[in-house]
Design a protein around this ligand. Structure first.
Ligand code: GDP
Length: 476
């Protein structure tokens, strides 16, 4: 008798990924959707033995984001875009301008309301969902919590300025998440604007736009004058087509929390982005460790709606408490069940807080198809020369089986943003003659990010080599 890894994981109340990891250690490469035989299953149960008695009926039927809807039930869905870039390059202006391009806004007649995301309808009636919080924190925080809702990153670069530290950060975040980028070269109305210079400078960061024979689209825009926005919308739609974004609409909804707060009049309120299924008024749900029942759904025009399908952002009223951004909302059949699942998740959360620090297995797993394991790292050093020397030394450690991937390398203290990127990518941070700033230090503790402090390059490469051998060990 065979069972899929995910089914077994559900029965054991363990994460599918943890089982896959254990199997990997046993020398088997399988995905959560593949089946394993009874003997292997028993071996796994044995390995996780102490957890067997903790099996809860509650989570057995909860659809995790890991299981997949049958291909024939999938329908195209709107792309979800996030706007990133350096401060003052025009992220907020672009978000405002994009919102104004919405052709149906006039018809709807609603007052635009900030709920954390909005949807625009292009001339060809296609829809685009825009995350209404500029900056990297939201993107990385969400990813860290396993919620990667962004399909496309719009990288805003001011044509009168150039590639700045947060531009590079945004590029690295998008790359680490494997999220395609569209470059919006902004402020093109300014006399000193030089779009070509931006295209050239982007090359240095491995963002190669089409004009430079790459495959990254770039669009010249002026957020304040409203120029080029149609082209930007076209570019988004083209990229979305390439991504073939799909979700099943006719099933119980799953959604991701974009933002949430306690509203004085309305109680706990959360804006969610439906990832699959259709969320309806009256639905009973679990969100994070809270349960609730949908009392009202409010769209980005402040209007009450009866339901919300895939890629639709909607404000939900009727929560038992305030969830966190990135929390998953799952519709369940009744309140009794919602409570069970919420309690179960609470217990699990307490448990996982004492669990092991994250490994970089997820990243490894993503790359298994090509059979090359990636070893992601972040590098921070005191001087530019060291950054370069370390990056080169690390790249030289790569071989046919495992590759070092430097997600970000820079000069200066280790910042919160570094820690967030490392956490989300399950990568260690190498600090060469530098330490984290106080805020970053807190995050390191909270997220259990691995730190490697060194002041001699060959000590550093020795440590990394050992780590890499550790990753490869079970395969040999
Ligand atoms: P953010 O920090 O990236 O969100 O940038 P903002 O949207 O706040 O824009 C920073 C400044 O640049 C503001 O004073 C905007 O009015 C200005 N700005 C934004 N886009 C444009 C543009 O396309 N052309 C010009 N001339 N100014 C712009």
């Amino acid at each position: 008798e065979a069972i899929t890894v995910q089914e077994l994981a559900n029965r054991m109340a363990e994460k599918g990924a943890d089982l896959v990891k254990e199997l990997f250690n046993l020398g088997m490469m399988v995905t959560v959707n593949q089946t394993i035989d009874q003997d292997t299953a028993e071996l796994l149960v044995d390995q996780f033995g102490h957890n067997v008695e903790r099996v809860s009926e509650a989570d057995v039927d909860i659809n995790t984001t890991e299981d997949q809807d049958p291909e024939e039930t999938l329908k195209p869905r709107a792309p979800v875009v996030a706007v990133m870039g350096h401060v003052d390059h025009g992220k907020t202006s672009l978000l405002d301008a994009l919102r104004k391009t919405n052709v149906t806004k006039g018809e709807a007649g609603g007052i635009t309301q900030h709920i954390g995301a909005y949807q625009i309808t292009a001339k060809d009636k296609s829809k685009i969902t825009v995350l209404d919080t500029p900056g990297h924190a939201a993107f990385t925080e969400m990813r860290q919590r396993g919620a990667n809702v962004t399909d496309i990153v719009i990288l805003v670069v001011a044509a009168d300025d150039g590639i700045m530290p947060q531009t590079i950060e945004a590029i690295n975040h998008a790359k680490a998440a494997n999220t395609p980028i569209i470059v919006a070269i902004n402020k093109i109305d300014k006399p000193e604007a030089n779009a070509q210079k931006i295209r050239e400078r982007l090359l240095e960061h491995e963002v190669i736009v089409e004009a430079m024979s790459g495959d990254v689209q770039d669009v010249e825009v002026s957020a304040t004058k409203g120029t080029g926005l149609d082209k930007l919308v076209d570019a988004i739609n083209l990229q979305a087509e390439l991504l073939e974004l799909k979700a099943r609409p006719d099933r119980a909804a799953e959604a991701t929390v974009i933002e949430a707060q306690l509203d004085k009049g309305r109680g706990p309120v959360a804006t969610v982005l439906v990832t699959r299924g259709t969320l309806k008024r009256g639905d009973t749900f679990v969100v994070g460790t809270e349960s609730g029942r949908v009392r009202a759904l409010i769209d980005d025009n402040g209007k009450q709606v009866k339901e919300a399908g895939p890629s639709t952002p909607v404000e939900v009223l009727g929560l038992g408490g305030v969830p966190d951004a990135g929390d998953q909302m799952t519709v369940v059949e009744n309140e009794q069940r919602a409570r069970e699942v919420a309690e179960f998740r609470q217990a699990k959360a307490t448990e996982s807080r004492t669990a092991l620090a994250p490994t970089n297995f997820d990243t490894m797993f993503n790359n298994m198809q090509s059979n090359v394991i990636e070893f992601p790292v972040l590098v921070k050093a005191d001087v530019k020369g060291s950054v370069e020397a370390i990056t080169t030394a690390l790249h030289n450690l790569s071989n046919d089986d495992i590759k070092v991937r430097v997600l970000h390398a820079g000069v200066g203290a280790i910042t919160e943003s570094d820690v967030q990127l490392a956490g989300a990518s399950k990568a260690p941070i190498i600090g060469f003659n530098v330490r984290p700033n106080p805020k970053a230090r807190e995050l390191v503790k909270r997220d259990g990010v691995r730190m490697m402090y060194h002041d001699v390059i060959y000590h550093l490469t020795d440590e990394i080599t050992k780590e890499m051998l550790g990753e490869l060990g079970p395969l040999k």
